[in-house]
Design a protein around this ligand. Structure first.
Ligand SMILES: NC(=O)c1ccc[n+]([C@@H]2O[C@H](COP(=O)([O-])OP(=O)(O)OC[C@H]3O[C@@H](n4cnc5c(N)ncnc54)[C@H](OP(=O)(O)O)[C@@H]3O)[C@@H](O)[C@H]2O)c1
Length: 270
């Protein structure tokens, strides 16, 4: 029997996931979507050939439900869904900072829940999605979540206790790189280059460095040493980065993101 998957609250992340799943071979007719606004539902049908349904119908029909509403909308959505989801259905939460216990308390006893923290490169099939089981999720449920989120990038299983740290690293991670590119582009302008040229130089350098980090199998220290010649230009730049405490700033920044993620998660506990 075909497995039906429903994406509930299909916004930016939900649509990225949906389109990735279709590209990876899911049949659009096995995919259900829900949206708050009728025009959004129709847009999804027109773009992807999926079937828009109400939240209640999705809860009754789908074998796997993926909830991609904003964290603040999760409570209301669960209240609406809970009476209709049979306890043997897998519920995957894609909302940042919502603990599995928050869902388990609101769903029928024994409902398997999996928590996934993805990131915005899901929009270009280069996501990093971190997957944690709730109390009743089995290896099979985790494999299903990996299958779904694997359609838009890489997946990694971690214990739920590490989710806040992962949010700091990969959830917010792309923003740090955007910030670096912005700052380095400004530096290019200071050095007399036009903004568009500076942008292209930095973006292509970022892509090249990312592919080398992923594909070369070399440690980042080795890759950096390879371009740091004695008394050369790079070591002069590195000295300034060290003088300005950039390494320490990054460590403190990620710690602050982890702490904020913890704080937000604790705010969702009853
Ligand atoms: N974007 C990111 O960077 C990112 C990265 C990782 C994880 N996430 C997580 O992914 C989730 C979705 O984020 P997003 O950026 O995709 O948000 P989004 O674009 O606002 O998508 C959420 C969608 O859910 C709809 N919705 C809300 N309540 C609903 C309900 N009761 N029934 C049906 N639809 C409902 C909203 O409708 P309206 O359009 O009418 O508001 C919206 O279209 C969040 O929980 C976030 O924590 C996001």
């Amino acid at each position: 029997m075909t497995q039906k998957v429903a994406v509930l609250g299909t916004g930016k992340i939900g649509e990225a996931l949906l389109s990735g799943m279709i590209r990876a071979g899911w049949a659009p007719e096995d995919l259900l979507v829900t949206a708050r606004r009728p025009e959004r539902a129709e847009e999804l049908r027109a773009r992807h050939g999926v079937t828009p349904v109400g939240n209640t119908e999705a809860a009754k029909t789908a074998d796997t439900l993926i909830l991609t509403v904003k964290p603040q909308d999760m409570g209301a959505l669960l209240d609406e869904l809970a009476p209709h989801i049979p306890a043997d259905r897998l519920v995957i939460s894609g909302a940042a900072g919502i603990p599995t216990a928050f869902l388990e308390e609101r769903l029928a006893k024994g409902t398997p829940v999996v928590r996934v923290m993805t990131n915005t490169p899901a929009l270009v099939d280069e996501a990093m999605s971190v997957i944690s089981p709730g109390t009743h999720a089995t290896q099979q449920h985790l494999a299903t979540a990996e299958d779904i989120f694997g359609a838009v990038g890489k997946t990694l299983r971690v214990p739920e206790g590490q989710q806040d740290a992962c949010t700091a690293l990969s959830g917010s991670g792309p923003a740090y790189f955007f910030y670096l590119v912005e700052a380095m582009t400004d530096a290019g302008i200071l050095l007399g280059l036009p903004r568009d040229k500076a942008h292209d130089l930095i973006v292509q350098s970022a892509i090249g460095a990312a592919v080398m980090l992923r594909d070369s199998g070399e440690h980042p220290v080795k890759l950096r040493e390879n371009v740091t010649s004695p008394a050369g230009t790079t070591i002069n730049a590195i000295r300034e980065l060290e003088n300005h405490g950039v390494r320490a700033a990054l460590i403190a920044a990620l710690e602050a993101a982890r702490d904020r993620s913890r704080e937000l998660a604790s705010g969702t506990k009853d």
